[in-house]
Design a protein around this ligand. Structure first.
Ligand code: SAM
Length: 414
């Protein structure tokens, strides 16, 4: 093993890629090139070239294939803000104590999750934090320019110094962190895909998973956590609650929303290549691109105080105000706050009910949407008196011959 210290450097992704191409041609590694540059600085006692203002910028040319790939990748490249992580984790401090946390979609140099857990490691009393980075991410390896490997690596932290790791420029002093004997930064053998054997092995070892996984793989991601019976606190979009793989977890009380986000937009950082004309996209005062996203929620199976707080209800049942569906033995409740206090049968409520759901107060029976006929077990369909309707497109509630929106069928908890 090399005894030379490693160092971390922020490098523009495109500059790194183009420099690598040149160095490959010459046949020297990035590490050797950086070493030669630093030796020249020492030898000459100054920068080893003239510092001049660039007068004309080279134009970059991308082929269609590159652009298409970039577009697909971008949809998963939303980086969580530190404040969002800190607000939610503050609600779970006690449950985090003594635990090993895995952030398995997180470049340790960029992730607000890794930063939060490192900065609060001693205060919370964590046992460890492991963060893995994905080689397919456009930010992978930007600040870890070691030659070799796949571009994916893992950071393992089991101790953090008492003195602050925050440098004057706000970045984390990861050199000091990884110089501690209990910590390590090393290449993975694969590409860091959370589904790979080596990443699944890390998942098995961890107590709690905390991250913002790629949205396009949310179903697979949460199913994997469920299969391994892991505790987790992850970010996703509320639409994901209606997925065939996810809704049964809500119904069976195996997942619920976290504490801190129940409405509004969330801001996420996006790569510099993200189109500024995309809806909700902007640049903050530090020059970082962001996007405002609606419907973001924490998905967790860590118990929360909020989910044991019953919804305060004031309305009473009245058949004129609460019509019955033609294809379910249930009444339509168009707004969650209008749930009648005295109705004991099945009620159809909007998906946003999940923001107010307390399992102490209600029981979730099923999701009445266009996939109900195929996704919901036949005994449950029988229990709610479902009968197919020519207009219900697979199970959407029908009132006066017209489809309503997707509804969660609930009843009072027994
Ligand atoms: C929504 S971003 C969030 C990044 C980080 N967790 C955060 O919150 O800032 C999801 C990350 O997962 C990475 N990713 C995409 N596919 C992945 C996979 N199959 N396995 C692991 N990570 C993946 C993406 O490159 C991206 O960096």
């Amino acid at each position: 093993m090399s005894t030379k210290p490693t160092t971390t450097v922020r490098i523009d992704q495109d500059v790194k890629k183009r420099a690598c191409e040149v160095l490959d041609e010459i046949g020297i590694s990035m590490s050797a090139a950086i070493n030669s540059f630093l030796k020249a600085v020492v030898r000459e006692g100054t920068m080893p070239f003239d510092m001049k203002i660039e007068t004309s910028k080279p134009r970059l040319k991308y082929g269609n294939a590159t652009l298409n790939h970039a577009f697909i990748v971008k949809k998963d490249e939303f980086y969580t803000q530190y404040e969002d992580v800190a607000s939610e984790m503050a609600k779970h401090r006690e449950q985090l104590r003594g635990k090993t946390i895995l952030c398995n979609c997180d470049d340790p140099f960029e992730s607000a999750f890794f930063r939060f857990f490192v900065l609060h490691f001693n205060e919370i009393g964590l046992a460890g934090v492991t963060s893995t980075c994905y080689a397919g991410s456009p930010i992978a390896g930007l600040e870890y320019p070691l030659e070799g490997g796949t571009g994916a690596y893992k950071a393992v932290v089991t101790e953090v110094p008492e003195e602050t790791l925050v440098r004057p420029d706000g970045s984390l002093d990861l050199e000091s962190l990884f110089a501690m004997p209990g910590n390590a930064l090393m290449h993975l053998t694969g590409d860091g895909d959370f589904r790979s054997d080596e990443c699944e092995a890390l998942l098995k070892e961890a107590d709690i998973v905390a991250t913002n996984p790629p949205f396009s793989l949310f179903r697979e991601y949460i199913s994997l956590l469920d299969r391994h019976e892991k505790k987790f606190i992850i970010l996703g979009n509320m639409n994901a609650a209606t997925y065939r793989e996810v809704f049964p977890l809500f119904r069976d009380d195996k997942v619920w929303y976290g504490e801190s986000i129940r409405s509004g937009d969330r801001k996420f950082y996006v790569p510099d290549s993200y189109p500024l004309n995309a809806t909700g996209c902007g640049i903050d005062k530090n020059g970082r691109r962001f996007i405002q996203v609606k419907g973001v929620r924490w998905f967790t199976n860590l118990d929360t105080i909020r989910r044991h707080e019953p919804l305060s209800l004031t309305r009473c049942y009245n058949p004129d105000e609460y019509p019955r569906y033609e294809n379910y033995d249930a009444i339509e409740v168009g707004r969650t706050q209008n749930i009648p206090i005295d109705y004991d049968g099945i009620m159809g409520v909007p998906i946003t009910f999940l923001d107010k759901y307390s399992p102490d107060q209600f029981e979730i029976v099923m999701l009445a949407n266009g996939n109900a006929r195929t996704n919901v077990p036949s005994d449950t369909l029988a229990e709610v008196g479902y009968r197919p309707h020519s207009e219900d497109r697979g199970g959407v509630g029908i009132i006066n011959g017209r489809r309503v929106y997707a509804r969660i069928l609930i009843r009072k908890a027994s």
